[in-house]
Design a protein around this ligand. Structure first.
Ligand code: MCN
Length: 828
């Protein structure tokens, strides 16, 4: 422990305490104001006319009937907005030669995904705007659509004919070239001769971040500044993007993210809708609102995942891994979105996970198609990597007839080996995989469940039991600005906070993080209360308004605590240092004789002292303070981390699989996560539970499905199977702790942990239940149909590609198909 950490631990009364969330009072009692609740005098409403086609040329737009509909103020098309539209921002060109189509918020000539905006109706009420939108007559010439990812990678149909290719960018990491490890092809060749090679192809289906509050935006252009309220995760980035794309100076734009009903990465975007509401309200000089319908939300809010992953793992016969080669095709959808181009590359650093791979290679081809654009969805890049490696390690264990946890233990970084530089070039600061696994095994009753599994197998029980393992890690706390710069990311990763001691001794805090369900007001109050030694109730945390929290980089990548929380600690410490000479003056003592503890400055060895709240009041009256010192106790700090943060955990899942119906039922789920110091265990449990459900949903239920013409056919909650609490069981969770040494409090992020870890745990369990029946993979989501087909594929005398039993094969640089022969690994 460092000296500052020791002081934090000594003073901790709030940190580690189950505080109920401050924000829930107003959320649960309906005392908050969501964006759609905002009503401004003279406010107009927008409705979007959207293309039903995935790829088409607009041949004509007849607005006349809509224009004469009741209370319609204007009908605008891309042609009406003309050049002023420019192109939406893409902040992450992963290579300098990335191919990216222009991205006007409302194109005037060609549509490149179903749901793209072709016209906007402005009316006095939302209902009138929607009714009139139905009257806009658009004629299209339909074009062939690039829908299938592999076919798109082969340029069979071009998503944007003018670009001449669908391939956007190719990104590679090679441990031999980077000097972090050996040559992976040599390792694979050697393993083919004398070891084991596991080759698999996994599909990361397309997912939709379905938040409780659909996206909504209001703009008021009537003041000195243009004010935008948006249900967004990123008010600060949004303000910058609006300034950059509209020419309005940043100082003239205020963005407010009021209470936001969830985001899960889906509101980490600068959207065409935001841009249009901003531009049209300025054009008309009136406040304007747009709130999307649920159908719009599912269809055009950005989607997540959508990858094919081809993996080759080399190992010795005793199970020691020697190499890992990853080849990805990643579907960007129709455009390269805000950070969508970089999301698959985030995975590059995580496929090696907690294991000591001597060699590693990652290849990623991003591909444009005529589907909704993809971008961050809870975990962004890391769930994909974790799924692949945790499935592969389980397959290797099966191949070698080893217990999957023993195989992992053989290969993972031992706790005494930290800090550890991985083959992907990251330095993991702390971790203890042994401790988390031991605790999880004990809670799960691992040996007993294995024995039951054996009994059921021997008895030929129609309902078989499977046990799934996932010993995940992730990199979060995005991120060191220098590292982001090396990855060609367009922004930094710092965070800002300010702490103001008020006249009454209360504390006002601002944070550049922008919570949308994570409970920052509560957890951050706990941190400041401990640091300054003031009551929890005396701390007010303000956020989500660029006028109030003036600097910030917002909330995503489980960064708010480890980056934003650290900024807060530093700002609070500066306040203490500012107060110290004033306290010494009031106590007529030397600064060097003062010590600060529990909110009080005391003169060492005496009973004399003064509370920081009293110092604050004295500073306010300013009647008596030392010369040469400013009469204020405000401070701020901007913190740029030097490293990512590496939470980890062991997740164990027991699934029952009915071999006669394909029905799967979760029996038990245990997870033990190591997120270092926990600020608020209650909030953390909520984060873990929510994350688990999202990860389990990918494994079992959710999938965005397009037909061959590029129409989203799972465009409502009857087809897109978003689970409810009733679909899950009670999870058993616990924590071990190896405090991070990258921040003062020793914390690691938790917002994405459950999602990242759980998907492979569940699929491993489903496959484990029926492996003895010849099944070695089932494609996600593991629906009863897919499970049944996998189990009965042998009876039918063949394999079924939907089960993944003979997955198609591709080369990410060419998108060529073939078929993998699992016994030799060679392309047939
Ligand atoms: N926390 C803690 N102790 C720790 C780690 C975290 O008490 N050791 C607390 C934090 O103080 C914070 C919460 O847990 O209140 C989450 O912290 P953190 O891991 O820093 O994650 P962020 O606050 O940056 O939130 C982002 C993360 C992401 S990336 C997604 S996606 C996600 C998630 O959070 N989306 C969410 N959780 C969500 N929760 C809700 N309700 N809604 C979303 O949209």
């Amino acid at each position: 422990m460092t000296a500052t950490q020791e002081r934090g631990a000594e003073a901790a009364k709030e940190i580690g305490r189950d505080r109920r969330r401050k924000e829930d009072q107003r959320l649960i009692t309906g005392r908050t104001r969501w964006t759609d609740n905002i009503v401004l005098p003279g406010m107009l409403h927008l409705a979007m006319v959207r293309s039903p086609f995935a790829h088409a040329t607009i041949t004509s737009i007849d607005k006349s009937e809509a224009e004469s509909a009741p209370n319609v103020v204007a009908v605008l098309t891309g042609a009406d907005l003309g050049e002023s539209q420019g192109t939406l921002i893409n902040a992450w060109a992963i290579t300098p030669d990335q191919v990216a189509p222009a991205h006007p918020p409302m194109p005037s000539d060609r549509i490149s995904f179903a749901g793209e905006i072709v016209a906007v109706v402005v009316a006095r009420s939302a209902a009138e705007a929607r009714d009139a939108a139905e009257l806009v007559d658009v004629e299209y010439d339909e074009l062939p659509a690039a829908v299938d990812l592999k076919a798109a990678a082969r340029d069979e149909v071009l998503a944007h004919p003018d670009l001449g290719t669908n391939k956007s960018a190719f990104w590679k990491f090679d441990s031999a070239e980077a000097g972090t490890g050996g040559d992976v092809d040599e390792a694979i060749a050697k393993a083919r001769e004398s070891g084991v090679v596991i080759e698999r192809e996994y599909r990361q289906q397309r997912l939709i971040p379905a938040f409780m509050e659909p996206r909504s935006v209001v703009v008021d252009p009537t003041g000195e500044q243009v004010t935008m309220w948006s249900a967004t995760q990123i008010p600060h980035i949004l303000r910058f993007a609006l300034a950059a794309t509209t020419g309005v100076p940043e100082s003239k734009i205020r963005v407010i993210a009021p209470d936001v009903g969830g985001g899960f990465g889906g509101k980490l975007q600068t959207t065409p809708e935001e841009w249009l509401v901003f531009a049209i309200s300025r054009r008309l000089g009136k406040p304007v609102k747009y709130t999307e319908t649920r159908s719009e939300s599912l269809m055009v809010g950005h989607h997540g995942r959508d990858q094919w992953q081809k993996l080759t793992l080399a190992a010795e016969k005793d199970g020691s891994v020697t190499g890992l080669k990853v080849e990805l095709l990643a579907d960007l959808g129709s455009h390269v979105s805000l950070i969508g181009g970089g999301v698959p590359v985030l995975g590059a650093f995580m496929f090696n996970a907690i294991y000591k791979f001597p060699s590693y290679q990652f290849n990623c081809q991003t591909v444009l198609t005529n589907k909704t654009w993809t971008d961050a969805y809870r975990g962004a890049g890391r769930p994909e990597a974790t799924f692949a490696i945790e499935r592969l390690m389980t397959e290797l264990a099966a191949e070698l007839d080893m217990d999957p946890l023993e195989l992992r233990e053989k290969n993972w970084i031992r706790h005494e080996e930290f800090p550890f530089t991985t083959v992907a070039g990251l330095e993991y600061d702390t971790g203890n995989y042994e401790a988390a696994t031991a605790r999880a095994k004990e809670m799960f009753g691992y040996d007993e469940l294995r024995a039951e599994q054996q009994r059921r197998r021997e008895a030929g029980d129609p309902v078989q039991l499977g046990i799934g393992v996932s010993t995940f890690t992730e990199m979060c706390g995005l991120a060191p600005s220098r590292v982001l710069g090396q990855l060609n990311y367009g922004a930094g990763g710092w965070e800002h906070a300010s702490v103001r001691m008020l006249a009454t001794g209360k504390v006002e805090v601002t944070t550049g993080a922008s919570a949308h369900g994570q409970g920052h007001e509560t957890a951050f109050s706990q941190i400041v209360a401990d640091r300054l030694g003031v009551p929890f109730e005396d701390v007010e945390v303000l956020h989500g308004d660029t006028q109030v929290a003036q600097r910030g980089l917002d909330t995503y990548g489980s960064r708010s605590l480890v980056v934003g929380g650290e900024a807060l600690v530093r700002a609070a410490d500066k306040v203490i240092e500012k107060a110290r000479p004033i306290a010494a003056h009031l106590l007529e003592a030397s600064v060097d004789d003062l010590e600060f503890s529990g909110g009080r400055f005391s003169v060492r060895g005496t009973d004399q002292g003064v509370g920081i709240a009293e110092v604050s009041t004295a500073v306010f009256t300013a009647h008596d303070y030392p010369e040469g010192i400013e009469p204020q106790l405000d401070s701020d700090a901007t913190y740029d981390p030097v490293n990512f943060n590496y939470p980890h955990g062991t997740h164990l899942c027991a699934m029952e699989v009915d071999t006669e119906t394909g029905q799967v039922t979760m029996r038990k789920y245990v997870c033990v996560d190591d997120i270092g110091t926990i600020i608020n265990p209650l909030i953390v449990s909520g984060q873990v539970h929510g994350g688990l459900v999202q990860g389990i949903a990918q494994a079992l239920w959710e999938e965005a499905v397009y037909d061959d013409a590029g129409t989203l056919v799972s465009g409502s909650f009857t087809d897109y199977l978003l689970p409810t609490a009733a679909d899950t069981i009670s999870f058993e969770i616990d924590h071990t702790s190896s405090p991070s040494i990258t921040n003062t409090l020793g914390t690691k992020g938790v917002g994405e942990a459950g999602t990242i870890a759980s998907t492979p745990a569940v699929v491993n369990a489903v496959v484990d239940a029926v492996r003895h029946l010849g099944v070695e993979d089932i494609q996600m989501p593991c629906t009863p149909e897919r499970v049944w087909k996998a189990v009965h594929a042998r009876d039918a005398g063949g394999s079924d590609p939907t089960t993944g039993a003979a997955a198609p094969h591709f080369d990410p640089s060419t998108g060529m198909d073939g078929t993998v022969d699992r016994t030799t690994g060679g392309a047939l």
